[in-house]
Write a protein that binds this ligand. Sequence first.
Ligand SMILES: *[C@@H]1O[C@H](CO)[C@@H](O)[C@H](O)[C@H]1NC(C)=O
Ligand SMILES: *[C@@H]1O[C@H](CO)[C@@H](O)[C@H](O)[C@H]1NC(C)=O
Ligand SMILES: *[C@@H]1O[C@H](CO)[C@@H](O)[C@H](O)[C@H]1NC(C)=O
Ligand SMILES: *[C@@H]1O[C@H](CO)[C@@H](O)[C@H](O)[C@H]1NC(C)=O
Ligand SMILES: *[C@@H]1O[C@H](CO)[C@@H](O)[C@H](O)[C@H]1NC(C)=O
Ligand SMILES: *[C@@H]1O[C@H](CO)[C@@H](O)[C@H](O)[C@H]1NC(C)=O
Ligand SMILES: *[C@@H]1O[C@H](CO)[C@@H](O)[C@H](O)[C@H]1NC(C)=O
Length: 360
Amino acid sequence: MDSYKGFLLSLLSITSTLGTVHGIPTPQEQGKFNNSTTRIQQSNAPWNLQRISSRNTVTPVNNNVTALAYTYQYDEAATGAGVDVYIVDSGIDTKHPDFEGRAKMLFTIEPDQELDGGGHGTFVAGVVGSKSYGVAKKVNLLSVNVNFGGDQDFVNSTKAINAVLANHNERRNQKDFKGSVMNLSWGFQRQLVDASRDAGFSGFDNKTIGELRSAIQRASEAGVHITIAPGNDGKDACDDYPAMFVQDIPSLITVGNSDITDTRAKNSDFGRCVDIHAPGSNVTSTWLLTGGFPGVRVDSGTSFAAPAAAGLIAGELIRQPGLMMKPREMKQHILSMGIRGAVKDAERGGNILLNTGLMG
Ligand SMILES: *[C@@H]1O[C@H](CO)[C@@H](O)[C@H](O)[C@H]1NC(C)=O
Ligand SMILES: *[C@@H]1O[C@H](CO)[C@@H](O)[C@H](O)[C@H]1NC(C)=O
Ligand SMILES: *[C@@H]1O[C@H](CO)[C@@H](O)[C@H](O)[C@H]1NC(C)=O
Ligand SMILES: *[C@@H]1O[C@H](CO)[C@@H](O)[C@H](O)[C@H]1NC(C)=O
Ligand SMILES: *[C@@H]1O[C@H](CO)[C@@H](O)[C@H](O)[C@H]1NC(C)=O
Ligand SMILES: *[C@@H]1O[C@H](CO)[C@@H](O)[C@H](O)[C@H]1NC(C)=O
Ligand SMILES: *[C@@H]1O[C@H](CO)[C@@H](O)[C@H](O)[C@H]1NC(C)=O
């Protein structure tokens, strides 16, 4: 992971209701999709949230990208209340107050690690659904710890995805089920996998890779909406696991990282295995509780772009319940909501910028 320029902040209060704005058609909402109801405005948001809810490029406030002074507008229904978002990552610091008790541990590969050993998963969860920095502020955040940041192999990754599938299959028959989103925030370069396999590490052999692909495919077929960060190597995303699986499993959504000027970040993987870009550079989100203080950090990477898409899907699951079990149709819907041609240097793939279509 990149080195962090971290800092602590006290949590900020959010949201004032703007009022009810009925029936303003936005381009993607014409036709079979449902319109917005009550709009809510957060005026102390990080820039990425303004970007996904505006048609226009963001102008830095006080020349400060990381100022918490941007405006996020969202539909009340798009808070994703009750949607299960699985964060397959380093864990989640579920006690962080910005999660408001909505974060829970579901599965951990490390028996003694109930929270988050690294912080990455807490950050990702914050972009999806924390109160102050999240896209969908009412989702259930389910921690699936695969020890991201430590050693990892495809065997453990497959176990984690199977745990998500088992929980999804149990939840889908329950009355309060609103849909499932899974974000995969890790990846392996093909080169490294090949080298590990050639060196005899069984966790990277072809059979194991096939099992990971099958687990992801089964989850998608069972109705789990899956977002993937292609990676931060500045290379072709088709050379990364699991992003390359989008070629065989077209319902997966791979999300590149764009910056405040709507330019693809130099290190964001590119090419036809990238579907869409979302703001992922200099994003502010939750970090580990430290000495009782709720952590906050600024970071950059595809890891922090993909969760924006996961959050948007969670919101759309409430607004468009007809797409609940249809990941492929949901993907088409999300792509059609985005702003076409808005990403500079997109490099042969994903020249669509994630957007909720709610602000002018
Ligand atoms: C959305 O709003 C537009 C404009 O008010 C209206 O014509 C359309 O029927 C609405 N669509 C739905 C699905 O409610
Ligand atoms: C930008 O805003 C952040 C968040 O308020 C603050 O921590 C940081 O010091 C500011 N940077 C500058 C250069 O003013
Ligand atoms: C997989 O998880 C097991 C159980 O926690 C752990 O002992 C093992 O080291 C993990 N494998 C890798 C490669 O991290
Ligand atoms: C594993 O897959 C690679 C790449 O597809 C291939 O080159 C290699 O021959 C396969 N190895 C075995 C043992 O099947
Ligand atoms: C983050 O913001 C700083 C200050 O504006 C800028 O120099 C840097 O390039 C930005 N990082 C990314 C990844 O966009
Ligand atoms: C989504 O996955 C990407 C990479 O696979 C990761 O970088 C990002 O942090 C994850 N986001 C969430 C919300 O889990
Ligand atoms: C629109 O909302 C209605 C009522 O909640 C729902 O039955 C319908 O499936 C929704 N449309 C879509 C595309 O989800």
